[in-house]
Ligand binder design. Structure first.
Ligand code: EPU
Length: 423
C-alpha cells in the first residue's frame, strides 16, 4: 500500500485546478443504467470510487470505457440486475444502482452495504421510498431483493434528508409512471446536478436543490452528454490546507457559491477568502494568529460533515478553544487519536470535540480509516513544524482526491508518494 510523506512548515502558494465532483459523478454514472445507447460523462475525476463504479457497471453488463476525465457508458450485453457484496462493500454509494435497476428492469438484487467506518449508515429511507413507488422489497441473505411491475409516481416524505437516498429515488421516479413528489430532500449541489442530468435524459425534474422535488416520469429515457460540476469538498480541503499552512493560493474552478458555510468559518478564523475571476483566492499570513471558531456540521447549505476533520486541524492552530459538533455521522472523529499523536489537544465527548488550539504539531507516522480523516492528516503534516509525517493507507485518499500529493507539491509543499509501504 502506498503512503504519503510530508515535510511540513512550508507556506503554500500558486494555482491548482479543482477536479470534477466525486459525489456528483457517482450517481450520474448510476443514471446511465436508465437508458440504452451511449452516455458520455466529462470532467470525471481519476479516483478509486469512480473505478469501483465502472467495475460495478461492467458487472451489470454495461460497456464502460473510462479514461478520466472522459467516461463512456454504452449498452453492452444483457443487463444482469445484481450488485454483489464484493463490489458494494468497497463503496456504499453502489447502493445507488438499486433505483435505476428496479425502475428499468423491474427487479434488482443489491447487497446491503453494511456499516462503515464513520457510522452505521442505514438505507431504510431508500427502501421506504421505493416501496412507496410500488416496489416489493425483502431482505435475503444480506441482499436487498426488489421487484415491481412498473413503478408508479407517489409522494415520499423522507424522515431525514439523505443525499444518496434522494438521488436513488429521483432516478427511480424518472422512469415511474406519473408524478413523484419527494419531501424533506437533501439539498446538496450534487442532487441538483443529478436533476440536470435526468432532465437531459427526458424526465421532468423540478426543485432539485430544494427540499421538495417533483419528478414527472418518462416511458423511456435518452442517453446524455454531461460535464460534471467541480468538487466542492476537494476545493474546501485545499482552502483549509492553504489557511493552515499559510500562503496565497488560487483555486481554479472552485465552486465558492457551494462553500459559503466553510468560507464564512474561515473568514471568522482570520483567513482571507475571495473570488478572483474564475478562481477562489485563499490567503493567510502564517505569522498571524488564527481565532478559534465553533462549528456544527449540518446538511447543505450548513457546514459539511465532509469538511469537519480538515477544519479541526485548522482549529488546532488557533489561539484558544473551539467546539466542533458532528451531527451527521455518529463516528466521525477517528482522526482525533492520530492528531493527538501529532501533539494536538482535543477532548471528545460523544458528538462534540473541544479543540484546545495553540500546541505545535509535530510529524509522526499516522493512519486513517476514512477519506476525509486521511485528508485532515495530510493537512496536519503540512503544518507540523518539526519532523516528517507519513500518512499510511493512502488508498482512502485515492478514493476521493485526485493526485493530492502532486497538487500540494504544485503549491510548493514537500509531499511525495511512497509506493508499496506496508501499514
Ligand atoms: N440515513 C438514514 N437512513 C437512510 C439514509 C441515511 O438514517 O436510509 C442517515 C445516515 O446514517 C446519516 C444521515 O442520514 O446519519 C445522512 O446520510 P446521507 O444518506 O445523506 O449520506 P450518504 O448519502 O450515504 C453522502 C456522501 C457522503 C457525505 C454524506 C453527507 C455520496 C456518495 N456520499 O453520503 O460523502 O458525507 O452524503 O453529506 O454522495 C465522502 O465523500 O467522504 C462521503 C462520506
Amino acid at each position: 500500500m502506498d503512503s504519503i510523506r510530508i515535510r511540513g512548515g512550508k507556506p503554500l502558494s500558486g494555482k491548482i485546478r479543482i477536479s470534477g465532483a466525486k459525489n456528483a459523478a457517482l450517481p450520474i454514472l448510476c443514471a446511465t443504467l436508465l437508458s440504452d445507447g451511449e452516455s458520455l460523462l466529462r470532467n470525471v475525476p481519476a479516483l478509486r470510487d469512480i473505478d469501483t463504479t465502472a467495475a460495478l457497471l461492467r458487472f451489470l453488463g454495461r460497456d464502460v470505457q473510462a479514461a478520466a476525465p472522459l467516461v463512456r457508458v454504452g449498452a453492452g450485453s444483457d443487463v444482469r440486475p445484481e450488485a454483489p457484496y464484493e463490489l458494494v462493500k468497497q463503496m456504499r454509494a453502489s447502493v445507488m444502482v438499486l433505483g435505476p435497476l428496479l425502475a428499468r428492469f423491474g427487479r434488482a438484487k443489491v447487497s446491503l452495504p453494511g456499516g462503515c467506518q464513520i457510522g452505521t449508515r442505514p438505507v431504510d429511507q431508500h427502501l421506504k421510498g421505493l416501496e412507496a413507488l410500488g416496489a416489493t422489497i425483502r431482505l435475503s441473505r444480506g441482499y436487498i431483493v426488489a421487484e415491481c411491475k412498473r413503478l408508479r409516481g407517489a409522494e415520499v416524505v423522507f424522515d431525514l434528508p439523505t443525499v444518496t437516498g434522494t438521488e436513488n429515488l429521483m432516478m427511480a421516479a424518472a422512469l415511474a409512471k406519473g408524478r413523484t413528489t419527494l419531501v424533506n430532500c437533501a439539498r446538496e449541489p450534487e442532487v441538483e446536478e443529478l436533476g440536470r442530468v435526468l432532465n437531459k435524459m427526458g424526465a421532468r425534474v423540478s426543485g432539485a436543490g430544494t427540499d421538495v422535488i417533483h419528478i414527472e416520469g418518462a416511458d423511456e429515457l435518452e442517453p446524455f452528454d454531461h460535464a460534471i460540476i467541480s468538487d466542492r469538498i476537494e476545493a474546501g480541503t485545499y482552502m483549509v490546507a492553504a489557511a493552515a499552512a499559510g500562503g496565497d493560493v488560487l483555486l481554479e474552478n472552485a465552486p465558492l457559491e457551494d462553500l459559503e458555510a466553510v468560507a464564512a468559518k474561515l473568514r471568522q478564523a482570520g483567513v482571507e477568502v475571495g473570488r478572483e475571476g474564475d478562481c477562489v483566492r485563499v490567503r493567510r499570513d502564517a505569522a498571524r494568529p488564527l481565532r478559534p471558531v465553533d462549528v456544527t456540521t449540518a446538511p447543505h447549505p450548513g457546514f459539511p460533515t465532509d469538511m469537519q476533520a480538515q477544519f479541526m486541524v485548522l482549529m488546532c492552530l488557533a489561539q484558544g478553544t473551539s467546539r466542533i459538533v458532528e451531527t451527521i455521522f455518529e463516528n466521525r472523529f477517528m482522526h482525533v487519536p492520530e492528531l493527538s499523536r501529532m501533539g494536538a489537544h482535543i477532548d471528545v465527548d460523544g458528538h462534540t470535540a473541544l479543540v484546545h488550539g495553540g500546541a505545535p504539531l509535530s510529524g509522526a507516522t499516522v493512519m486513517a480509516t476514512d477519506l476525509r480523516a486521511s485528508a485532515s492528516l495530510v493537512i496536519a503534516g503540512l503544518v507540523a513544524s518539526e519532523g516528517e509525517t507519513e500518512v499510511l493507507r493512502v488508498y482512502h485518499l485515492d478514493r476521493g482526491y485526485e493526485f493530492m500529493e502532486r497538487k500540494l507539491a504544485q503549491l510548493g509543499a514537500d509531499t511525495v508518494r511512497v509506493e508499496g509501504r506496508n501499514g
